[in-house]
Ligand binder design. Sequence first.
Ligand SMILES: [Zn+2]
Length: 396
Amino acid sequence: MDIIVRQGDSLWHYSQLFKIDMQLINDSNRAVQPNALSIGQKIRIPGFVAQEYQIRQGDTLWKIAQNRNLPLETLQLVNPNINPTNIKVGQTIKVPLRITWRLVNGGQRYDYQTLITDISRLESVYPFLQIPSIGKTVLGKNIPEMVIGTGGKRVHYNGSFHANEWITTPIIMTFINDYLLSLTNHNAIRGLSTSRFYQQSTLSFVPMVNPDGVDLVLHGPPSSAPWNTKVIDYNKGSTDFSGWKANIRGVDLNDQFPARWELEKARNPDQPGPRDYGGEKPLSEPEAIAMADLTKRRDFSRVLAFHTQGEVMYWGFENQEPPESETIVTEFSRVSGYEPVKTIESYAGYKDWFIQDWRRPGFTIEIGKGINPLPLSQFDEIYQKTLGIFLAGLYM
Ligand SMILES: [Zn+2]
């Protein structure tokens, strides 16, 4: 919601009026000099939208504000041009509306367009969110990252490395939405106050690493050549893509990282296909390159890669993980009931590479149980179990 600066205003004053943390207001107005506001300048207030309201018989601004639990002054701020002592029946004014509900609807077939729509809805209500693109897919889609906060503990979460595991994306988006609601409404999540996390952490999310693959699973082949026919060849002539994990070129993005890639290559298919083909060389695919570049740039303290399924969490790689990995995964297990597994015979995954090159905690979290793609009927149960893991990723 936008308001217009008046004589004597300050961001601190807005913070008090709207009960929104000062830091959230600062971070929603990065281009603004907090100590040099100018009259008439536009300021964004996170967590609110301005709703139109038509004046009825007997209304006063004071009554309207009172009914909405807002100071009268907030009405004047969003309606700089009205005369408060002379409002007329039928006149339309703006009323600040505090957002206390989710904008993301996770329980749906969550394709790339749904992601983009939800991101822009969140961005407009929570302008302190930063949404850089980390690169483009084979089909030219931007891969968005969502960044919350500026603290020193840099925690990264990603989903949908594997196309038919797309339910991981709405799970992550729902967590982001709940986190934003908690920050702007001062609601604790599971007893944890999140404003402390906002101060201490930079949260990085790439909710959909493989948008081309997700759309292939949900909508079938793309309309244009050459991938419209190639993916069907790679899929052995079938138009059922429910078993597809790879990107649009038939490369498994989670077999693309330079962490004993040759070993993974040797035990896997040597042709493009729905799953497990690691490519001609490590980091040949734009989606994997984008993730590797992001990870090098950001210096993450820890990473959590969300996959389906099995309710297990992989936390080791070649004994290169630090001791704290085990402490953290033990807490993940306590809050979710998921089982920690140190290693399996598997290489070249994103978390493997992170552990190997940074010697910091990296996890692959296999959420839910059943056959991929997991049915949306599991959404709420999966969310309840993984919510604890998201939060433990922050406080551990
Ligand atoms: Zn997976």
